[in-house]
Design a protein around this ligand. Structure first.
Ligand SMILES: C[S@@+](CC[C@H](N)C(=O)[O-])C[C@H]1O[C@@H](n2cnc3c(N)ncnc32)[C@H](O)[C@@H]1O
Length: 358
C-alpha cells in the first residue's frame, strides 16, 4: 500500500554516493535532478573526473572506516536523504559457486552499517546479479534484512540495460528502498528490436589505428596491438571471433576443451546490436568481444565511455597527472552507466510524486 502525504510538496533529494568511482551513478542522478553532495571512494585517481564533471565533493576514504557522523553533516537540512552505493562487483562477477578469495565481498556489510547509522529516507544499490547466487554468507539477504528492520520497503530486480536505451548488454541487480512505502524502477523505455546499437553509438567517430590517439580527441585512442594480434584481428570477420581463424593464429588455450567456452575473446562487436558489457579491461581485444566492428583494433577509451553513456563532454584525463590508459579504462569500465543513474533518479522522483502533491 502506498501512503500519500496530503497537501505537501515533495522536498528536494540530496544524495551521498558510496563507492563513487569517477561518477557514473552520481552524474546520472544529478542529470535527473538529484543533488549529489559527495562521493566516497578510496581510489584517489577518481577525484579529478569526479569533481570536474559533478558539483559534488570527492572524499577519499574507506567505506569500512569512515565515520557516519562525517557523512551525516553533509546532507543539507530539509531535503530527503538518499544513500547510493555500487560496491565492487568483481567478487560476484561470473560467480560459479565457490566463495572467492577476496576481502571485497563483505563491503555490503559496511554499506548496511552506514544505512543503520545515517537513517536516510531512500537507498539505492547496484551490483551484478551474481550477488543473488552468492554461496558464502547470505550477504544480500542481510542487506535487505537490515533495510526492512529499519523501516524501508525494499524493491530489487535484475535489469537488462538495453531495455533502458543503454547500448550494452549489461545486466545488473538494482535495489531501491524507501521509508515512504512502495518503490520500483520505472518501466523499460525500449523493447527488443529497438535496442540502441553499436552503430548508433560509435559509427560517427573518426577512424583511428591501433596505438593511435586522435589529435582532437585524446580519449579516442586504441591499444597498440602486437604483430600477431594484428594478424588475428585482420582475420576476424564482422561479428566473428577466433573460431574463424586459421589454426596457426589460434591460441593454445583455445584448442583445449576448457578454452572453447571463451568464444567471445578476440571477437569483433556487431554493428547492429548493443555492445557487450564494458569491463575494466574493455580496451584490449584479448579480454572479450572488444574488437571494433570494422577497424583492425580494440575499441577506444572514447568508445567505451560512449557505451557507458557518459556524455562526450565528460572529462576523464587529469592534465596534472601522468596519463595512464589502464587507469582510465578501469574508471570507465567500473562505472555505472550514466543512463542507469538517470533511470534510478527518475524512479525516485516518480515514487515521491506518488507520496506528495506535485
Ligand atoms: C563498481 S565501482 C563504482 C562505480 C561508480 N559507482 C560509478 O558509477 O562510476 C566500485 C568502486 O569502489 C571503490 N572501492 C573499493 N573498495 C572500497 C572501499 N573499501 N571504500 C571505498 N571505496 C571502495 C573502488 O575504488 C571503485 O571505484
Amino acid at each position: 500500500m502506498t501512503s500519500k502525504t496530503p497537501q505537501k510538496k515533495a522536498p528536494g533529494v540530496s544524495a551521498i554516493d558510496l563507492f563513487c568511482g569517477v561518477g557514473g551513478m552520481t552524474h546520472g542522478l544529478y542529470k535527473a535532478g538529484i543533488n549529489v553532495v559527495a562521493g566516497i571512494d578510496l581510489d584517489s585517481t577518481c577525484k579529478y573526473a569526479y569533481e570536474k564533471n559533478n558539483a559534488a565533493k570527492f572524499i577519499e576514504a574507506d567505506i569500512r572506516t569512515i565515520k557516519p557522523s562525517e557523512l551525516a553533516k553533509l546532507y543539507p537540512k530539509g531535503d530527503l536523504k538518499l544513500l547510493a552505493g555500487c560496491a565492487p562487483c568483481q567478487p560476484f562477477s561470473g560467480y560459479r559457486g565457490k566463495v572467492p578469495k577476496s576481502d571485497k565481498w563483505d563491503l555490503l556489510y559496511s554499506f548496511a552499517d552506514l544505512v543503520v547509522a545515517l537513517q536516510p529516507d531512500l537507498v539505492t544499490m547496484e551490483n551484478v546479479p551474481g550477488l543473488l547466487r552468492f554461496k558464502g554468507p547470505k550477504i544480500f539477504d542481510h542487506f535487505c534484512g537490515k533495510l526492512r528492520e529499519n523501516g524501508f520497503t525494499v524493491w530489487y530486480d535484475t535489469v537488462f540495460c538495453p531495455d533502458y536505451g543503454i547500448p550494452q548488454t549489461r545486466t545488473r541487480l538494482v535495489l531501491l528502498a524507501s521509508k515512504l512505502g512502495e518503490i520500483k524502477l520505472i518501466e523499460p523505455t525500449r523493447e527488443e528490436g529497438e535496442y540502441k546499437t553499436v552503430r548508433e553509438t560509435i559509427a560517427h567517430l573518426p577512424a583511428i589505428s591501433d596505438g593511435e590517439a586522435h589529435k582532437k580527441d585524446p580519449l579516442h585512442r586504441a591499444s597498440k596491438l602486437s604483430p600477431l594480434n594484428k594478424k588475428r584481428i585482420k582475420a576476424t570477420p564482422a561479428a566473428g571471433g577466433w573460431k574463424d581463424w586459421k589454426d596457426e593464429l589460434v591460441l593454445k588455450c583455445h584448442t583445449k576443451k576448457s578454452g572453447k567456452s571463451y568464444s567471445s575473446v578476440y571477437g569483433r562487436m556487431k554493428w547492429n546490436a548493443p555492445a557487450p558489457t564494458m569491463t575494466t579491461l574493455c580496451t584490449g581485444i584479448g579480454n572479450g568481444r572488444f574488437g571494433h566492428p570494422k577497424q583492425d583494433r580494440a575499441i577506444s577509451l572514447r568508445e567505451a565511455a560512449l557505451f557507458q553513456t557518459f556524455p562526450k563532454s565528460y572529462k576523464f584525463i587529469d592534465p596534472n597527472a601522468k596519463f595512464s590508459k589502464n587507469t582510465i579504462s578501469r574508471h570507465i569500465g567500473n562505472a555505472v552507466p550514466v543512463t542507469l543513474g538517470k533511470v534510478i533518479a527518475k524512479s525516485i522522483k516518480e515514487h515521491l510524486a506518488s507520496h506528495y502533491d506535485r
